[in-house]
Write a protein that binds this ligand. Structure first.
Ligand SMILES: Cc1ncc(COP(=O)(O)O)c(C=O)c1O
Length: 426
């Protein structure tokens, strides 16, 4: 499994023992494998090497500066959705000419920042947004390069919370709206429409919905050509699924083999925005068993990670494999739960696991994407540490939060001054 292997019965990430990391850094801690990230990037690079393209890693999957620095080093750009993501990308040394910016609710401030940073394309999701960008472009006396995000209205066969390319979701423009925009684009003097964008959803394990959506977009591009409108870039988004349990997602080589003939017909250069595929199986969440609670009807393995660290199980009913740090004889059937005060705070239900006892470490697999990035301070729990392994070395790439971090930026209202005085006593 992706550079997370057992050696002499103990779990390793590349050449570093998980136990060593847990003892040095504490738990819960996300551990990422550089070799796995690089291998996943190489798979995409090989699959698309014969077609003009740029890769824009979707950094919402995992925006740690070190992960972004790996992207920058390999010449990848990023797909962003906020001013905060732009800030991180610039700090990590991503080339702004390879940054694309999606999202239905960009603020004027964020649009200004993106233009000032000189990003490649703003992916526009509504006519209203287009008018705002045109207005900002006029003020700055600039022509702003954009792509129109199309909602191709297809069924991507994934969890409904992460299906974005179907009818009724908030994302993108209908074909008719896009057509209307092109017909009045002459009026938008400070806009240059360079591309079309789609992103149909996440954790998609079949090529079919991509083919379906791309065929629709390709027909639309042919229609535009007949009106002498040419589109240079086609952004097909991300969403390529990974193995959490028994899924059989296509490899990037199969994916490219199926979609490139459709893309080729458009004559457009390609933008691809994988997120989960690159980092999902490159990370684990290492946690410690706090207690094994036995009840008449059930066993509970209570661990020190919770839904605040990894919300995917509570939010999407997602499956994550659970690995012991040490392989042992015998099994126990139990719910693996966190310390958060919610019944939804669990990682597995009625799962058969190797015998685990208080103080043992375990790893929640496939936690590299939408793990730390969706984490919170719920129940006033400091966020986890993050560690990047590179062969036999490991680096702390985000220190664990402290209690002081929890109240950073907060203050007590002057009207509650008595409380303030009391607080000073401590
Ligand atoms: C516009 C856009 N591109 C790419 C992605 C990446 O998706 P995934 O991580 O499934 O590859 C997302 C995820 O939501 C997205 O919104």
């Amino acid at each position: 499994m992706n550079h997370f292997n057992f050696k002499n019965g103990r779990l390793y990430c590349e050449d570093v023992s998980i136990k060593e990391i847990a003892e040095k850094i504490g738990t819960p801690t996300f551990v990422y494998s550089s070799a796995t990230i690089n291998r996943h990037m190489a798979l995409f690079e090989e699959a698309f090497q014969d077609y003009p393209h740029i890769f824009c890693y979707s950094m919402k999957a995992n925006p740690n500066l070190s992960i972004l620095a790996i992207m920058a080093k390999r010449g990848w750009g990023v797909d962003i959705v906020s001013g905060g993501e732009l800030f991180r990308a610039m700090k990590a040394g991503i080339d702004p000419k390879k940054i694309v910016y999606a999202g239905v609710g960009k603020t004027e401030k964020e649009i200004h920042e993106a233009i000032d940073a000189g990003i490649f394309l703003i992916n526009v999701e509504s006519e209203e947004e287009l008018q705002t960008i045109n207005k900002i472009g006029r003020k700055k006396e600039k022509e702003i390069a954009i792509a129109l995000r199309i909602n191709p209205e297809i069924e991507p066969e994934t969890h409904h919370h992460i299906a974005t390319g179907k009818k009724g979701t908030k994302f993108g423009l209908s074909f008719q709206q896009a057509k209307d925009i092109f017909s009045k684009s002459q009026e938008l003097k400070n806009i240059k429409i360079k591309g079309l964008h789609m992103h149909i959803g996440s954790q998609i394990t079949s090529i079919k919905p991509y083919e379906e959506a791309l065929n629709k977009i390709s027909d639309f591009i042919q229609e535009l050509k007949q009106k002498n409108i040419s589109i240079q870039w086609l952004n097909i988004g991300g969403g390529m699924g990974i193995i959490y349990k028994e899924e059989i997602p296509p490899a990037p080589s199969e994916f490219s083999k199926s979609i490139l003939p459709i893309v080729q017909k458009t004559g457009c250069k390609l933008i691809i925005e994988p997120g989960r595929f690159i980092v999902g199986n490159a990370g684990i969440l290492v946690s410690k068993v706090l207690r094994v609670k036995k009840r008449e009807d059930k066993n509970f393995i209570i661990v020190d990670a919770g839904m605040d660290n990894l919300i995917r199980v509570a939010l999407y009913n997602a499956h994550h494999e659970i690995l012991p740090e040490e392989q042992k004889e015998g099994t126990i059937t139990a719910d693996v739960v966190g310390p958060v005060c919610e019944s939804g705070d669990f990682f597995a239900k009625n799962r058969q696991l190797p015998i685990l006892k208080e103080g043992d470490y375990l790893a929640i697999a496939s936690s590299g994407a939408y793990g730390f990035s969706m984490s919170s301070n719920y129940n006033s729990r400091p966020r986890a540490a993050e560690v990047l392994v590179d062969n036999s070395r490991c680096y702390l790439i985000r220190r664990r939060e402290s209690y002081l971090d929890l109240i950073q930026g907060e203050s007590i209202s002057p009207r509650l001054v008595d409380i303030e005085k009391k607080r000073k006593l401590f």
